[in-house]
Design a protein around this ligand. Structure first.
Ligand SMILES: CCCCC/C=C\CCCC/C=C/C(=O)SCCNC(=O)CCNC(=O)[C@H](O)C(C)(C)COP(=O)(O)OP(=O)(O)OC[C@H]1O[C@@H](n2cnc3c(N)ncnc32)[C@H](O)[C@@H]1OP(=O)(O)O
Length: 302
């Protein structure tokens, strides 16, 4: 039942005409993502989309202060924005970045996984799965311009992209640090990492919950390029131009060949994966770990 409610909510959101989204900011024009006139913006307050139709490129900027945690709303709005871009043949590429200074994304929203109902957990997890599937199999060229720290779910978002550019700042570490929270990265998080850095590096990184600073991130291959902080966006645009020089059909079929087997593993057992998540996240010991971790984050300031 919970699963059906979750699916219905997501489906309703996905099918809702864009212009009727409560938070939509349609047709606002703004400064060009890549320079020049004609840039149009849409999206929602938490997921801004700047489009440059002449270049065929869009920029998705996550804006969920203070830390760009991936709440249910952010996940849903992200999927809707992506679907809108996929369906508009004007666009061939998208850059994913952050509008929160110093933070790409703090990952999954811990408050969505702590002290909530089973129905809520199911709805939330389906939304996490949906975003991963959409990003991982996107026909667009997807490039991550990582302009801040990027733990766990934040790292996962960038791992689904075709290419990762990281700003060279020692504070901007990246990795799947789930074990440090006393939780476990699911098999499809693990697969995404293995497909990027190889089995041994992934195993060590996952067990130890490693967060790699830029130079090390580049060395292990969890990112493809490290550039000075003020060049992240221009570097992402340069990389985009190179990827867009390849004929779409050939690149898309190749991407599909590389990624579909991994995605299919989740698609075939989506409901079972949600049940597994429900069992895991509802355990007293896991809830306790999450509460302790959240309390630590909150107390840091005091
Ligand atoms: C085999 C079985 C497997 C089955 C599957 C089951 C399981 C579960 C898998 C789940 C996978 C999980 C993936 C995740 O993404 S979990 C999230 C991991 N994220 C983190 O560890 C990052 C935590 N945050 C930080 O380290 C820092 O906040 C920071 C991002 C480095 C930014 O630092 P700073 O600028 O100093 O900000 P604050 O720490 O002061 O934070 C500001 C407020 O934001 C709240 N916060 C931070 N992160 C999160 C988050 N991820 N979710 C929700 N809220 C977050 C923080 O508490 C502060 O709140 P306050 O203003 O109320 O105090």
């Amino acid at each position: 039942m919970a699963l059906m409610v979750g699916a219905r909510v997501l489906a309703r959101n996905l099918l809702r005409p864009w212009s009727r989204l409560p938070d939509a900011v349609p047709g606002r024009t703004g400064p060009a993502a890549g320079g020049g006139d004609g840039v149009r913006c849409f999206g929602s307050p938490r997921v801004l989309v700047e489009t440059d139709p002449a270049k065929g490129v869009a920029v998705i900027k996550l804006k969920n202060p203070p830390v760009n945690s991936l709440s249910l709303e952010v996940l849903t709005e992200f999927v809707i924005s992506l679907e809108k871009l996929e369906n508009d043949k004007t666009f061939r590429g998208v850059i994913v970045t952050s509008d929160c200074p110093g933070i790409f994304s703090a990952g999954l929203d811990l408050t969505e996984m702590c002290g909530k109902s089973q129905a809520h957990y199911a709805e939330y997890w389906r939304a996490v799965q949906e975003l991963w599937l959409r990003l991982y199999l996107s026909n667009l060229v997807v490039i991550a311009a990582i302009n801040g720290v990027s733990p766990a779910g934040g790292c996962l978002i960038s791992l689904t992209c075709d290419y990762r550019v990281l700003a060279d700042n020692p504070k901007y570490s990246i990795g799947l640090n789930e074990t440090l929270l006393g939780i476990v990265a699911p098999s499809w998080f693990k697969d995404t990492l293995v497909n990027t850095v190889g089995h041994r590096t992934a195993e060590r990184a996952l067990q130890l919950g490693l967060l790699f600073p830029p130079a090390e991130a580049l060395r292990v291959g969890i990112v493809d390029q490290v550039v000075p902080e003020d060049q992240v966006h221009s570097a992402a645009l340069s990389v985009m131009a190179r990827w867009l020089a390849i004929p779409d059909h050939a690149r898309q079929l190749t991407k599909n060949l590389m990624r579909k087997p991994t995605a299919d593993r989740l698609v075939k057992q989506r409901d079972a994966d949600i049940q597994y998540f429900l069992q895991f996240i509802s355990r007293d010991s896991i809830q306790k770990s999450l509460r302790v971790y959240l309390d630590k984050l909150r107390q840091k300031k005091g």
